[in-house]
Design a protein around this ligand. Structure first.
Ligand code: SAM
Length: 547
């Protein structure tokens, strides 16, 4: 090894990250790990004085080496004396046209490997640039700083996992081969090192449709490590889109980027890419208070405290010539009415194709129809860039049904008059676990109201206490102050509900949602959920949360 001779002649340049390898064991280990053949073309970045280059020239077919420092090239050539299967390019690797340089070679290779002791100050851009190049580099054996090696090889949910693990792991399988002590270099760097292997996937296990979007989404996701994923992303993406992503991928609100796998990132960005269609998640609700007063102008007046829940229908909207609701089985559908209403209002002559994934049971007191109608107004508003305000959407919504305006904002609200006047209650309610139970037979809202007699209901409840309980997240107080004036008329109309309600009421605090027949238990225990799901296999028993 001639390095010793150069030691006196070459002053290592810090600005070029010049820490020359002097440990022959490490040098040999690097070369052996590469498993070179005479058909291999090796790209070396930063050959320096040729510590690795000599061995590479010995084992590989050809070595193409990029060295930025002009002043050490004479020493490098001297060290490679006797070899003619190499080419030194005196250029910054980050500014080189590698594809052109390879094409200029006469050498016919079977595979391209990168083998290098990299300049640490530019490790990441070198690797990422090479991975993005449109040439078939099969394998990388590179020495890098130990911490960076750990990050590249980091697995999700560990402290080492970050955007680099994902960006590199997306294209290649990363393995740490061995650690290298700082004493193996001249001069000794201030950090320890490791040699890693990157085996580039021939068939990538996860492929992003739009790689630019994938890369930028990852960069944004990890922008500030102590922030949640949402707080990082909200600076770059629409809240509506993020809400959809969180719902579609069932992400916890406080999830952090490091909890997502490469596949998750690919799936999310592929979902974003397919979003030429507008997707709206139409959430259901329960009523915490349903206070009903006497009829006025043919309508009952209400105090209706509603809270959205995580049970939802999914609606997809696409521009089309006519208004089409795919697989529509109901003729007089409120979704079609909503679509017609907003398209007419905006004087739009074309239509919309709507695909509905129905999860909310119908005629159930869960406002499945109303929330779908509101979602249709919101979906078409976005699809056609109408820029209608939520107030304007609520105005249209009130023409479709008393409950519909609430679903424009989907926020805790006291809805008054017929239910169409939405008064938001601006308090943060921690998600409350719920178990919904619905007998098989339905109930008509109209009939339940017709069956309601103000004087037959015990009106002792206190609305203020219910809101106070919500404000303080006091679930015991809330439990005592949930009430629904339609319980009695609903029970008297539906035998199946009546029986089930009485049975459950002996063991649990059971409440009716809306005009029924869906009931809910608040804050149920795991064992109760399990037991009730087993006992009532044939009816709708569904665990969810307030939203
Ligand atoms: N391979 C040699 C060894 O193991 O002894 C030298 C490794 S030293 C850590 C990094 C080498 O990369 C130096 O020779 C340095 O001049 C070179 N270098 C630094 N920045 C570079 C760049 N942008 N393009 C090409 N070479 C660079």
């Amino acid at each position: 090894m001639q390095n010793r001779k150069f030691k006196e002649l070459v002053v290592p340049k810090k600005r070029f990250g010049q820490n020359f390898l002097k440990d022959n064991n490490v040098i040999n280990n690097i070369i052996d790990s590469a498993h070179l053949t005479k058909d291999t073309l090796v790209i070396e970045i930063g050959p320096g004085l040729g510590a690795i280059t000599r061995g590479l020239c010995m084992d590989a077919g050809f070595v193409l080496a990029y060295e930025i420092d002009y002043s050490i090239i004479p020493f490098l050539n001297e060290n490679l004396n006797g070899f003619n299967n190499y080419k030194i390019i005196n250029q910054d690797i980050l500014k080189s046209n590698i594809i052109q340089d390879i094409n200029d070679l006469d050498f016919k290779y079977k595979e391209i490997y990168v083998v290098a002791n990299l300049p640490y100050y530019i490790t990441t851009p070198i690797i990422l640039n090479l991975l993005e190049l449109n040439i078939n580099i099969k394998k990388y054996i590179v020495m890098i700083q130990l911490e960076v090696a750990d990050r590249i090889c980091g697995k999700p949910k560990t402290k080492d996992y970050n955007n680099l693990s994902i960006l590199i792991g997306y294209k290649a399988k990363a393995t740490k081969l061995f650690n290298v002590n700082r004493t193996s270099f001249y001069p000794a760097p201030h950090v320890d090192s490791a040699v890693i292997e990157l085996e580039v996937y021939e068939n990538m296990p996860n492929k992003a449709i739009n790689e630019k979007l994938f890369y930028s989404f990852i960069r944004h996701s990890f922008e500030t490590r102590r922030k949640t994923l949402f707080n990082n992303l909200i600076n770059y993406y629409d809240k509506e889109l993020l809400d959809n992503i969180y719902t579609e991928f069932k992400l916890k609100p406080n999830i952090r980027a490091e909890e997502l796998s490469i596949k998750d990132f690919v799936d999310i960005t592929n979902y974003m890419e397919n979003c030429g269609k507008i997707t709206i998640y139409a959430h259901s609700k329960i009523n915490l208070i349903l206070e009903v007063f006497d009829e006025k102008d043919g309508y009952h007046m209400v105090n209706n405290l509603m809270i959205p829940i995580t049970l939802y229908d999914k609606l997809e909207f696409e521009i089309s010539d006519d208004i089409i609701l795919e697989d529509n089985k109901i003729e007089d559908n409120i979704i079609i009415k909503a679509a017609k209403l907003i398209l007419d209002d905006a004087s739009i002559k074309t239509g919309v194709k709507i695909k509905l994934e129905k999860n909310i049971p119908v005629s159930a007191g869960l406002a499945g129809g109303s929330t779908d109608a509101a979602a249709t107004l919101k979906g078409i508003n976005i699809l056609y860039n109408l820029n209608y305000s939520n107030e304007k959407l609520k105005e249209l919504a009130s023409k479709l049904g008393s409950d519909v305006p609430f679903f424009i904002d989907e926020k805790l609200a006291m809805c008054t008059n017929r239910g169409e006047i939405v008064n938001h209650i601006d308090i943060k309610v921690k998600p409350i676990r719920l178990l919904l139970i619905k007998p098989n037979s339905g109930l008509s809202t109209k009939e339940v109201y017709q069956n309601y007699k103000y004087e037959q209901i015990d009106h002792k409840q206190n609305v203020d206490l219910t809101i106070e309980a919500l404000k303080n997240n006091d679930l015991n107080l809330l439990e005592e102050n949930i009430f629904n004036d339609l319980t009695k008329p609903a029970l008297s109309l539906n035998k199946e509900l009546n029986l089930l309600y009485r049975k459950l009421n002996k063991i649990y605090n059971i409440h009716l949602s809306g005009s029924g027949p869906t009931m809910f238990i608040m804050n149920p225990k795991d064992k109760d959920i399990k037991k009730l799901k087993e006992t009532y296999k044939d009816i709708f028993v569904y665990e969810c949360y307030t939203k």
